[in-house]
Write a protein that binds this ligand. Structure first.
Ligand SMILES: Cc1cc2nc3c(=O)[nH]c(=O)nc-3n(C[C@H](O)[C@H](O)[C@H](O)COP(=O)(O)OP(=O)(O)OC[C@H]3O[C@@H](n4cnc5c(N)ncnc54)[C@H](O)[C@@H]3O)c2cc1C
Length: 409
């Protein structure tokens, strides 16, 4: 357990809970996760393999049965109502024990939007199935001509009686091929300012007129897709918020997307693995200039993870108080995504003697038979993490948000 003093200690006085309380809480987490997260699943996470819906959903089902399905939600909405320290401990223990991260599209993204903007009927319909992991969501925001400039999206929804009829195309839609529902931004008006003509709709993916085509990323993984919508009819009751109010929901969601409580503990865990790799290299081949350089990069990354941890805790606190500034979420996203690339580059360089660039085509696809080959999977992680500074908004876009918040635009 990390023992250094941090913003968590400020949280402790606020909640008036003793250090012993959190020690017992932490031990409860450890006991539960060790007893309930299947060994094979933890092994998969440990060796950095990609997980599919069945694995995420099974873990979510078990957490939900324990009452821990939504560590970040209030009790009123079916969450744990945990304080900041408890939320962080949950993520920390989960990462340390190689349990899967929580699937973010439902719990982290659309769940809080429905909680905030949804009708009582929408909350009753959607939240329980996010909590028990039985319904799987994906995000249909980006389009071929609207990524960084999301407000330029063109997919249209035209009102027809009690329905909207949707036509257009989404792209880079993560997990669409495994999902039941997509929350999507559509254009309902071209008359006003482009942001004001956008509406947020929930689209069941078995609705006629939807075609999902795979995109394979550089690491050979299929998790992103193109989604084509041709005369897709959804009830008006599937609209979240007002017609034309989608941009407000989208911004609310993006701030939370950029603030994933799991990110930092997972980075710390990866860094532990890189450290083990480095120590093994040192034992095998003795000190050298290149390993010394790697050690220096490791120390820098370790310090950066500590910094990211403080930033994350302060952002979660602001989010819980309803005062989260867009610039804080963007700064965190920028910092953590670049740090994750530095860590995976270091792992890649350390793996290079055996699995270097010339051998890359021979690297097995994720979920292949080679399930204990941590180093090979680190190469996959290296490749996949190239997208970290793009997905969820590029680094340049985060810098724009920060500059606008700090200096005005
Ligand atoms: C692995 C992965 C998963 C994804 N998952 C999803 C998903 O589930 N759902 C979804 O909706 N989207 C998803 N995306 C899409 C992602 O949000 C977009 O790729 C991202 O917002 C960038 O948009 P773009 O690809 O259109 O690039 P563009 O916006 O065309 O940007 C191209 C380049 O121009 C730069 N640029 C653009 N505008 C500016 C500016 N104003 N100032 C400075 N530089 C600028 C960008 O930084 C970038 O380097 C995913 C993407 C990836 C890679």
């Amino acid at each position: 357990m990390n023992t250094h003093t941090s913003i968590l200690d400020a949280g402790e006085t606020e909640t008036l809970r003793s250090p012993q309380y959190y020690e017992v809480f932490r031990q409860d987490l450890v006991n539960f996760m060790e007893a309930n997260c299947p060994r094979e699943l933890r092994e998969k996470v440990r060796s950095n393999q990609k997980l599919g819906r069945a694995e995420f959903a099974e873990w979510q089902r078990r957490l939900h049965a324990q009452g821990w399905g939504a560590p970040g939600w209030t009790r009123e909405n079916g969450g744990t109502g945990w304080d900041l320290r408890q939320r962080y401990l949950f993520e920390e223990v989960s990462a340390e024990l190689d349990c899967p991260p929580l699937y973010h599209h439902g719990l982290g993204h659309i769940g809080p939007v429905i909680t905030h903007f949804g009708t009582p009927e929408q909350k009753a319909r959607y939240l329980p199935r996010i909590l028990d992991g039985s319904e799987w969501w994906c995000q249909g925001y980006s389009e071929p001509g609207a990524g960084s400039d999301l407000a330029s999206l063109k997919t249209s929804a035209v009102r027809d009686g009690d329905d909207y009829v949707i036509n257009g195309q989404k792209i880079w839609t993560s997990h669409a091929h495994e999902a039941d529902v997509m929350y999507t931004l559509v254009r309902t008006s071209v008359d006003a300012r482009k942001q004001s003509g956008i509406t947020l709709l929930v689209v069941p993916l078995d609705t006629p007129g939807i075609q999902i085509r795979p995109i394979h990323t550089i690491d050979q993984w299929h998790h992103v897709n193109e989604v084509f919508l041709d005369e897709v009819r959804v009830p008006v009751a599937n609209r979240i918020g007002e017609e034309g109010g989608g941009w407000k929901c989208a911004k609310f969601l993006l701030d939370r997307e950029r603030l994933s409580p799991a990110t930092v503990p997972r980075l710390a865990r990866q860094l532990d693995q890189v450290n083990e790799l480095l120590q093994a290299r040192l034992l095998r081949s003795g000190p050298s200039a290149s390993l010394h350089g790697a050690l220096e990069r490791l120390y820098h990354a370790q310090a950066a993870v500590q910094g990211a941890r403080e930033m994350l805790l302060s952002a979660i606190r602001e989010e819980m108080n309803g005062t989260l500034a867009a610039s804080k979420a963007s700064a965190l996203k920028l910092f953590c995504s670049e740090l994750s690339q530095q860590i995976s580059s270091l792992a890649y360089d350390l793996s290079a003697p055996e699995f270097g660039p010339r051998l890359l085509p021979a690297v097995p696809a994720p979920n292949g038979a080679d399930d204990l080959e941590i180093e090979r999977q680190l190469v996959h992680t290296y490749l996949f993490y190239r997208s970290r500074t793009i997905a969820g908004g590029t680094s340049e876009v985060q810098k724009n948000v920060i500059a606008r918040d700090l200096f005005g635009a």
